[in-house]
Design a protein around this ligand. Structure first.
Ligand SMILES: [Zn+2]
Length: 96
C-alpha cells in the first residue's frame, strides 16, 4: 500500500500532470493536493530524482508563466486578463 505522496510521485513519473488531472485521478481537492506537492518535490530531490514544473499557459493568448515560482496554478493572465489557464504540469524523472 503506497502512501498518497508515493502515489503522486508514481503518477508523475509516468507523465506530467497538472493539479486538475491529479485531483480527478486521486479524488482529492486541489487545495489539499497543493499541500502535498512541496513534500513530493523535496523527497524526489532527496532521492536524486528530478522534479520539474512545466510552466502554466494561458489558453486565451498563449502567455507562458515562466517566472512563476509557486506551485499553485495562476488564476489570471496578466496579458489578456482571461482566467482560462492550464497547467502548470508537474513531472518527476527518477534516476534509475
Ligand atoms: Zn492570456
Amino acid at each position: 500500500m503506497q502512501t498518497l505522496r508515493q502515489q503522486i510521485t508514481t503518477m508523475l513519473e509516468q507523465r506530467p500532470l497538472d493539479l486538475r488531472q491529479l485531483s480527478e485521478a486521486l479524488g482529492l481537492r486541489e487545495k489539499e493536493l497543493l499541500t502535498h506537492l512541496p513534500h513530493v518535490a523535496r523527497s524526489v530531490a532527496a532521492r536524486k530524482g528530478r522534479w520539474t514544473v512545466v510552466p502554466a499557459e494561458c489558453i486565451g493568448c498563449g502567455y507562458t508563466f515562466r517566472d512563476r515560482r509557486r506551485l499553485s496554478p495562476p488564476t489570471r493572465c496578466p496579458r489578456c486578463k482571461a482566467s482560462r489557464i492550464h497547467g502548470p504540469w508537474y513531472q518527476v524523472a527518477s534516476k534509475s
